[in-house]
Design a protein around this ligand. Structure first.
Ligand code: GUN
Length: 293
């Protein structure tokens, strides 16, 4: 079975568009997202454009600032401070990676945690680890939503995560082992430090691959009937056509016949990341997450 992230994301956007209309009619609030892109990383340019387009589609305000690669860190912090203060901006997103002269953690720390719709601020990271309400990073939230719809209860299932990034590996693992009704899985995290991934990945009922290495995972890595979530988005040149195309971390053709369900690339996890960003921004606008403050 193919896990159709594109279709689920479209459904979520349609729902959200109706919720936004209601929020504007009842409370006069239009959710607003500020997007900051520093430098000219081609993948980041595509992502930021897609995020701004998705905002438009659901009726959000979006503000996009594109700054040159040599922008000083101080300028980046000034944008964030201004958006922290702005009543029209409910969510702030700084597209990663940042140029090397800018300290990523300093920038993320400057974002008001109540506007941190990426869930990368240490306060939200801590909240996730502690099982407190907060913003959950978009890709892990999107993966959980796909698993909820296509796999059902994960309690007691063995999820193996390959990758330990702050954006995917660490947060998705933390989300899945929480003692909550839609998680409660047994989670193993492996990474490039493993001498051999196969003995780990073959135990997975659900295998989440976030390595960023094109075609790293093949049939030998997966158990018969497993569910595979491919988070990789890699640009490769197709030798047959000479053109660039997107491939995942999983060798799809080889793995597909062996598994019970798998996400394609593109059209799997990617669209869900953006849908969850929109949901996080909506919730930032309603203030519902922070009612405990
Ligand atoms: N770079 C790769 N993924 C992401 C993401 O989810 N958010 C941001 N801000 N940057 C990214």
């Amino acid at each position: 079975m193919l896990i159709d992230g594109k279709a689920v994301a479209a459904e979520l956007r349609a729902q959200l568009r109706r919720s936004v209309e209601r929020l504007m009619a009842e409370r006069g609030i239009r959710p607003g997202l500020a997007l900051l892109l520093v430098g000219d990383n081609p993948a980041s340019q595509v992502y930021v454009r897609s995020k701004a387009k998705a905002c438009q589609e659901v009726g959000f305000l979006s503000v996009v600032e594109r700054l040159p690669a040599e922008t000083p860190q101080q300028t980046v912090l000034e944008y964030i401070r201004r958006w922290n203060q702005s009543p029209e901006i409910h969510g702030i997103l700084v597209q990663l990676p940042l140029p090397r002269h800018i300290e990523e953690q300093e920038v993320l720390l400057a974002i008001d945690p109540r506007k941190d719709v990426d869930g990368f601020h240490p306060e939200n990271v801590g909240r996730l680890v502690l099982g407190l309400p907060g913003f959950v990073p978009c890709t892990p939230a999107g993966i959980l939503e796909l698993l909820r719809r296509y796999v059902g209860p994960l309690a007691g299932k063995h999820v193996v995560v390959v990758g330990r990034s702050n954006i995917v590996g660490k947060p998705v693992a933390n989300l899945l082992f929480q003692k909550t009704p839609d998680a409660n899985a047994v989670v193993t995290i492996c990474h490039t430090g493993a001498r051999d991934l196969v003995p780990f990945t073959r135990q997975a009922d659900v295998l989440i691959v976030a390595m960023g290495v094109a075609g790293a995972i093949g049939a030998e890595h997966v158990k018969e009937g497993a569910v595979v979530i491919d988070v990789g988005i890699n640009r490769v040149v197709d030798p047959a056509t000479g053109k660039e195309r997107l491939v995942g971390d999983v060798r799809f053709e080889e793995v597909f016949p062996k598994v019970s369900a798998i996400t394609p690339v593109p059209g799997g996890v990617g669209p869900m990341t953006i849908a969850m960003l929109l949901w996080n921004t909506y919730r930032a606008a309603t203030g519902e997450l922070w009612s405990d403050r």
